[in-house]
Design a protein around this ligand. Structure first.
Ligand code: G4P
Length: 495
């Protein structure tokens, strides 16, 4: 066993996910306060991009700046090393959140107890379920008049499709809410609470760590992040039960975090805000072993050896150059365009990590050059922004026109703005009718040939050179699915 096993075992890398306004920022801040990483409340800036900001570019730029500082917040607590990965609140950046979820070992879901499960939480839970990520649930804002705690449990169970069991329960609710207690070690209870406990013990299974780790059971906590009630109970339970770094699937094999050799993958690229220095930070999740400063590693896609003199880790909100980091940690590598999302670095092995699927975008537009003198800049800008994962590029196989697919309107505005400010290029958008883009897989080569001949006008190529069927209506898609039984249509790029 390598001598850094203990370092890896004490790591807890997770993300807090929620619908905007449920209290993610407030909870994060309280966790950092417990870890001694910050000393005053109000120090963590929310990276929320408010809905009204769609045309407020300064706001977006400011938010991008904040979000690099809060991308990863590391701190120590009772011998554990905790890394909280931030996820953007705005739903137009859902794809960023999906990718961040590939880099965590577990998740805490925050729910506003007055509102119950909301749309964005439901979508994010789907990704957790797909990846069997262990989840804990924090029912926040119990200091407000909210839904009945049992109704909230039912809501989570049904809406999120996961079995739940309460670990803590609230003494009172709304203005009377003052503390929480462990359901299996209740202190002084009044009659109503006594009755609640009998019901709980009758209805919910006891917490079973194996079931939690398998993603089948979610322990539930009640509290108020704002009033700092129930947060310590959550944190204590979390560090003891949440998983240390888990094995990660690569195409070639499963990689165990305790392996001697270093491996990691890039899940996020953050561009510098300063247009004069087009450098980025590539965020790598370390999957195994130890990463060291100034040691040569293999950039697998480029088959190149590279070393890094200024890797950074993130402690609270400070970025610090580090000499080493371990499986479970996130390192930020300054980059000038060598990396793209999904890239693997290793001690030498030829390895490709899986599980960074592209999701079928929801909005599509043709991108056109609006300044003929700047074609080169435009092409370069588009490619770099796509490598950063801002949106997805497709090229029509029929006429070669470029199509940008995003998950929200805001991205088109961000792309246009950044092309202009960082690449001096101008673009124009042209609407296109589109229902879904699907990656196609053929079980029969001859059928694929026929399909490509007959459906040429609907075919495009993605950035990796894969065929994508661009259905402009549900009817077109259903027809294709009916007529071509040997072709599978997938809504994510990994199937
Ligand atoms: P988010 O990151 O999930 O979007 O939510 P955030 O923490 O920013 O919280 C959203 C709002 O809910 C904030 O109020 C915050 O103070 C409030 N809040 C968070 N936790 C609790 C809680 O346990 N109880 C109550 N009553 N409120 C809570 P705001 O008015 O938008 O901002 P602020 O002026 O308080 O900063």
């Amino acid at each position: 066993m390598p001598n850094f096993v203990d370092e890896i075992l004490r790591r807890r890398t997770f993300a807090i996910i929620s619908h905007p306004d449920a209290g993610k920022t407030t909870l994060t801040e309280k966790l950092l306060l417990y870890g001694g990483a910050i000393h005053v409340a109000g120090a963590v800036k929310s990276n929320k991009i408010k809905k009204t900001a769609t045309s407020d570019w300064m706001e977006i730029e400011k938010q991008r700046g904040i979000s690099v500082a809060t991308s990863v917040m590391g701190f120590d607590y009772e011998g554990y090393h905790i890394n909280i990965l931030d996820t953007p609140g705005h739903q137009d950046f859902a794809e960023d959140t999906f990718r961040t979820l590939t880099a965590v070992d577990s998740v805490i879901i925050v729910i506003d107890s007055a509102k119950g499960v909301e749309t964005q939480t439901r979508r994010l839970m789907e990704v957790c379920r797909m990846r069997k990520t262990p989840v804990m649930v924090f029912m926040n804002k119990m200091d407000r008049e909210g839904k009945d705690p049992f109704d909230l449990m039912d809501d989570v169970e049904q809406e999120l499709g996961i079995q739940v069991t309460p670990v803590t329960w609230a003494h009172g609710q709304g203005v009377k809410f003052e503390s929480v207690f462990y359901v299996h070690q209740p202190d002084q209870l009044n009659d109503k609470e006594q009755a609640d406990m009998e019901l709980i013990h009758g209805v919910y299974p006891a917490f079973d760590r194996e079931a939690y780790l398998a993603g089948d059971l979610a322990p539930v906590f009640y509290g108020s992040a704002y009033k700092t009630i129930g947060v310590e109970e959550l944190l204590q339970f979390f560090v003891k039960n949440a998983p240390s770094p888990r094995p990660v699937e690569a195409i070639e094999r499963k990689v165990d975090p305790m392996e001697e050799g270093f491996t990691g993958f890039c899940f996020k690229i953050h561009a510098n805000m300063d247009p004069n220095h087009r450098s980025c930070i590539a965020f790598f999740k370390i999957c195994s072993g130890r990463f060291e400063r100034n040691v040569y590693y293999r950039h697998v896609r480029k088959d190149q050896l590279m070393r890094f003199s200024a890797p950074t880790c993130f402690m609270a909100q400070k970025k610090e150059t580090v000499d080493e980091a371990f499986a479970g940690d996130i390192v930020g590598l300054p980059d000038t365009g060598n990396f793209k999302i999904g890239d693997t670095l290793t001690s030498g092995e030829n390895l490709h990590f899986k599980g960074l699927p592209s999701f079928s975008p929801e909005m599509f537009k043709y991108i056109e050059n609006a300044d003929p003198m700047k074609q080169k800049q435009l092409d370069k800008g588009i490619h770099q922004l796509m490598d950063e994962g801002v949106a997805q590029l497709f090229v029509s196989q029929m006429n070669g026109r470029k199509i940008i697919g995003t998950v929200g309107q805001l991205q088109f505005e961000v792309i246009q703005y950044r092309l202009e400010h960082e690449y001096s290029a101008k673009c124009r958008w042209e609407n296109m009718p589109m229902y879904k883009a699907c990656w196609i897989e053929a079980l029969d080569e001859e059928e694929l040939r026929m399909f490509k001949m007959r459906k040429a006008q609907y075919l495009a190529t993605d950035k990796e050179g894969r065929d994508v069927f661009m259905a402009d209506s549900q009817y077109i898609l259903s027809m294709a699915q009916n007529d071509y039984k040997q072709i599978r249509f997938h809504f994510t790029s990994e199937y």
